[in-house]
Design a protein around this ligand. Sequence first.
Ligand SMILES: Nc1ncnc2c1ncn2[C@@H]1O[C@H](COP(=O)(O)OP(=O)(O)O)[C@@H](O)[C@H]1O
Ligand SMILES: Nc1ccn([C@H]2C[C@H](O)[C@@H](COP(=O)(O)OP(=O)(O)O)O2)c(=O)n1
Length: 251
Amino acid sequence: MSATVSATPATVIVAIDGPSGTGKSSTSKAVAAQLGLRYLDTGAQYRAMTWWMLTHGVDVADPAEVAAAADTPRIDSGTDPEAPTISADGADASGPIRTPEVTAAVSAVSAVPEVRARITGLQRSIAASAEGGIVVEGRDIGSTVLPDADLKIFLTAAPEARAARRGGELKSAEGGRPVDLAATRRDLAERDKADSSRKTSPLRKADDAVEVDTTELTLEQVVECVVTLVEKAAQAAKAAAGKPAAKAGQV
Ligand SMILES: Nc1ncnc2c1ncn2[C@@H]1O[C@H](COP(=O)(O)OP(=O)(O)O)[C@@H](O)[C@H]1O
Ligand SMILES: Nc1ccn([C@H]2C[C@H](O)[C@@H](COP(=O)(O)OP(=O)(O)O)O2)c(=O)n1
């Protein structure tokens, strides 16, 4: 086992929150892979629920209809950071959840308290059973879902940087066709507003979260920074538990 992994305790829970395009998914996957942890993309769960509703005739603009359907689909997440999976009622949802239709509807669906209660329950049970620990990324992980996480990170980035990153992804998805960056930026701002202003569990930095502004950092620099923070948090957790902190090379 490497010195890096040996610095983590038996179980370490890391919460990474922030708005779209700040680097949550890429950072969380890389950190989890590097430290031998599991990985959960909670946005994918909300997107899978939204996709299932759109394809099962639920009027996603009607919170009562959405609430009534919230317990119906089975949502399964595979937590291998090298190959995460997401399915709804057994159907692979990884492609369809990235369509513009799902992106446009997901904030409304995820604002419905019954949806949040259902998915929060799934998230807590996945985190509780993750052997060795897990990196969970989303909007309300540090503030609501896992308030006792060993480490909470809140990623931010300037709106132009976020739009440029999302625009790059959309361009690849469109086979290299140019993307309207101003429209991408507007879409992000609208989703930020909806996600931050909903009543139940809005997008919010937990009081004890470490904020990392990724605007001027490469992805590699962000990953390095978060890995260092996880190792420090793991050592603090060990010390608090009364055990001597592991030296490099010790398990
Ligand atoms: N620090 C960074 N610098 C440049 N590009 C980044 C950085 N972090 C992430 N990206 C890229 O930006 C895009 C969005 O990142 P992603 O991890 O999906 O963000 P989020 O999960 O917060 O929406 C991806 O294409 C990713 O490779
Ligand atoms: N913990 C979470 C995660 C996502 N959501 C909602 C709000 C987000 O706009 C959507 C989609 O999240 P996702 O992380 O996939 O979004 P991006 O990849 O950043 O575009 O889900 C949420 O309400 N709570």
